[in-house]
Design a protein around this ligand. Structure first.
Ligand SMILES: Cc1cc2nc3c(=O)[nH]c(=O)nc-3n(C[C@H](O)[C@H](O)[C@H](O)COP(=O)(O)OP(=O)(O)OC[C@H]3O[C@@H](n4cnc5c(N)ncnc54)[C@H](O)[C@@H]3O)c2cc1C
Length: 378
C-alpha cells in the first residue's frame, strides 16, 4: 500500500473504515472535530441489521464483541393510537434479524479496536485544496495542514469534503423531532414504561407521533415527531425548557396521559432536531483521490433505520475495496462507488416512503400495513 489514507470524521462510518483497513494491515488516520471520545453523549438504540450493519462488524472482526452488547428483548415493537390502544404488538422472540445495541457502546468497541494515535481528536477540517494527481491538502481549525493521497469524507450530514464531489446540500424533509429522556422509568414513570414495553413504541396520528425506545437502565428515550414547517421549530425558544415543553405538549392535547408524559415528564431539557436529507439518488462523478461514506454520501430520513447501518457497511466495503486493490486506489474507489450509489438510493427511497406512511392521513393504520407488507415479503 503506497497511498496514505486520511479519514475526516470518527462517526460509526469512519471508525468502521479505519478498523477494516487495520484488519488488513493498512494504516489510516482519522481527524475528528470533537475534542475527545467523551465530548458528546452518544445516545439512542440502534438496530443492527443482518444484511448490512452485522456483516460490517464481521468484516471488522468485532461481531462477538457486538453480540455482547445486545439489549435482550429490545427488538420488541408496538404500534399504538393516540388513546394508547395497542394496535400491533410484536414481542422479541429472539429470532429477529435486528438486534438492538446502544450507540455509545457500539462506538466504544470500534474506538477500542484501533491502534493508539489512529484518531486525532480536536482536529476540525475547515478547508480542502486539490493539489493535482489525486492529492489533497486539508487545513484544520488549529491552522495545521496535512496532505494525503486518499481523502475520505466520513464527516456526516454537513460534510466539508462533499463539495469536492457534488453541489448537493441536505434539505429539511418536513418532520421535526423533539428529543426527551425519562430515567428510572419503571419506578418513577410506571404507566409510560408499561406503554413503551421492552423495545420500541410508535404512537402515531396524522401529522404527528411519539416514537419511544426503552434503553438499558430503565431509560425511556423519546423522539416526538411533528410534520411542521421548519420555521415552527425555529420559533420555539428551547433555552426556556418549560415553555418549549408546553408548546410541544399542546400539539398532543387529548392524547393518553401515559403517552404525553413522555413529553412533559422529561428529566432533561427537550432537544430540537430538524430532519434533513440529501436528494434521493445523490451521486457524483469519480474525482481522483477522494470519496464519501455514510451520511456525507447519503443523509436520509431516519424512518428506515438504515443510516448507521449503512455508515458501518460503507466503511467496511470501502476498506475491503482498498485492500483488494492496494496499488490502485482509483480502481478501489470505482468498485466501492458502483455499489454504493444504488444501495444508498434504494435505502433513501424506502426511508422517504416510510416517513410518508408514518404520518399520512390514515396513520397509524398505514404504518401497520407497512409492517404487514414487510412480513409477507418475507
Ligand atoms: C434522530 C435520529 C435517529 C436515528 N436513528 C437511527 C436508527 O435507529 N438506526 C440507524 O441505522 N440510523 C439512525 N439514524 C441515522 C444515523 O445516526 C446516521 O446515519 C449515522 O450516525 C451516520 O454515521 P456517519 O459516520 O456517516 O456520520 P456521523 O455519525 O454524523 O459522524 C460524523 C463525524 O464527523 C465529525 N465531523 C463533522 N465535520 C467534521 C469536520 N469538519 N472535521 C472533522 N470532523 C468532522 C463529527 O463530529 C462526527 O463525529 C438516526 C439519525 C437521527 C438524526
Amino acid at each position: 500500500m503506497t497511498t496514505d489514507i486520511t479519514i475526516i470524521g470518527a462517526g460509526l462510518g469512519g471508525l468502521a473504515l479505519a478498523r477494516v483497513l487495520h484488519v488488513h494491515g493498512i494504516p489510516a488516520t482519522i481527524y475528528e472535530a470533537e475534542p475527545s471520545p467523551t465530548a458528546r453523549t452518544q445516545g439512542g438504540m440502534l438496530d443492527i441489521h443482518d444484511y448490512n450493519g452485522q456483516p460490517a462488524l464481521k468484516a471488522a472482526g468485532l461481531f462477538d464483541a457486538f453480540l455482547g452488547l445486545v439489549h435482550e428483548g429490545g427488538q420488541a415493537s408496538r404500534v399504538l393510537d393516540k388513546d394508547a390502544t395497542v394496535l400491533r404488538d410484536e414481542p422479541d422472540d429472539g429470532t429477529g434479524g435486528r438486534p438492538e445495541v446502544h450507540r455509545g457502546e457500539l462506538r466504544r468497541i470500534l474506538l477500542d479496536s484501533l491502534p493508539a494515535g489512529t484518531i486525532q481528536w480536536g482536529r476540525k477540517a475547515t478547508g480542502i485544496r486539490p493539489l493535482g494527481g489525486g492529492r489533497h491538502e486539508v487545513t484544520f481549525a488549529d491552522g495545521t495542514t496535512v496532505t494525503t493521497g486518499l481523502l475520505v469524507g466520513a464527516d456526516g450530514a454537513w460534510s466539508r469534503v462533499r463539495p469536492l464531489l457534488s453541489d448537493a446540500q441536505p434539505e429539511y424533509v418536513g418532520i421535526s423531532f423533539i428529543e426527551t429522556y425519562l430515567s428510572d422509568a419503571d419506578t418513577r414513570h410506571p404507566a409510560s414504561a408499561r406503554a413503551v414495553g421492552d423495545g420500541a413504541l410508535f404512537a402515531l396520528a396524522p401529522g404527528k407521533g411519539i416514537l419511544a425506545h426503552r434503553e438499558p437502565g430503565a431509560v425511556l428515550h423519546t423522539y416526538v415527531a411533528l410534520a411542521k414547517p421548519q420555521e415552527w421549530l425555529a420559533g420555539i425558544d428551547f433555552g426556556r425548557a418549560d415553555e418549549a415543553t408546553a408548546r410541544v405538549a399542546a400539539e398532543f392535547d387529548g392524547w393518553a396521559p401515559e403517552l404525553t408524559a413522555l413529553i412533559t415528564d422529561g428529566d432533561t431539557a427537550p432537544v430540537p432536531r430538524a430532519v434533513n436529507a440529501l436528494p434521493i439518488g445523490h451521486r457524483w462523478d469519480r474525482v481522483p483521490g477522494v470519496t464519501l461514506l455514510g451520511d456525507a454520501a447519503h443523509l436520509m430520513s431516519p424512518f428506515a433505520g438504515e443510516g448507521a447501518n449503512l455508515a458501518l457497511y460503507d466503511g467496511a466495503e470501502l476498506g475491503n475495496a482498498i485492500a483488494a486493490h492496494p496499488d490502485d486506489i482509483e480502481a478501489a474507489l470505482t468498485a466501492y462507488e458502483e455499489a454504493l450509489f444504488p444501495r444508498s438510493a434504494d435505502a433513501a427511497a424506502e426511508a422517504a416512503r416510510n416517513h410518508e406512511l408514518c404520518f399520512d392521513d390514515d396513520a397509524p393504520h398505514s404504518f401497520i400495513a407497512l409492517f404487514t407488507a414487510h412480513e409477507q415479503a418475507g
